[in-house]
Design a protein around this ligand. Structure first.
Ligand code: HEC
Length: 104
C-alpha cells in the first residue's frame, strides 16, 4: 500500500514537470522566426503556448524538426482536431511549428 502511494505521487510529479520542461525545450520566438513566418510575434506566442499546453497531452511533444514542413500542413489539422483547438490556435500553432524548424 505504501509503495502504491509512492508510485502515484511520483507519476503526478512527472506530469507536473512536463510543462515547465517544455517551456525550456520549445524553441523561443526570435525576430528571424517572425520575419520568416510572415505572422506576428503575438501569433507565434499563441502558437508556442498552444504547442506546449496541448501537443504533449496524448504523446510526447513532437519537435518541429521531426516532421517535414509539407507533412506538418497535413498533420496539424488532424492534431488540432484531436486537441479541440480553435481555428486561431490551429493557425498559430502551425505558424509557430514551421517557423521554428531549423532546416531550409
Ligand atoms: C487527443 C490526443 C492528441 C493530441 C491532443 C495531439 N495528438 Fe498528435 N497524435 C495523436 C495520435 C493518436 C497519433 C497517432 C495516430 C495518428 O497519426 O493520427 C498522433 C500522431 C502525431 C504525429 C505523428 C504523425 C505522423 O503521421 O507521423 C505528430 C507529428 C503529432 N501527433 C503532432 C501533434 C501536435 C503538433 C499536436 C498539438 C497541436 C498534437 N499532436 C496533439 C493524438 C494526439
Amino acid at each position: 500500500m505504501k509503495q502504491k502511494r509512492w508510485l502515484l505521487s511520483c507519476s503526478l510529479l512527472m506530469i507536473g514537470a512536463c510543462v515547465p520542461k517544455w517551456e525550456k525545450i520549445a524553441p523561443s520566438i526570435t525576430p528571424a522566426m517572425v520575419k520568416k513566418s510572415g505572422s506576428s510575434d503575438a501569433t507565434l506566442q499563441v502558437g508556442r503556448a498552444t504547442y506546449i499546453a496541448h501537443c504533449g497531452r496524448c504523446h510526447e511533444h513532437q519537435l518541429p524538426d521531426s516532421v517535414s514542413e509539407a507533412d506538418w500542413h497535413v498533420v496539424v489539422p488532424g492534431m488540432a482536431w484531436n486537441a479541440s483547438l480553435s481555428q486561431t490556435q490551429e493557425h498559430a500553432v502551425r505558424a509557430y511549428i514551421i517557423a521554428s524548424q531549423s532546416r531550409k
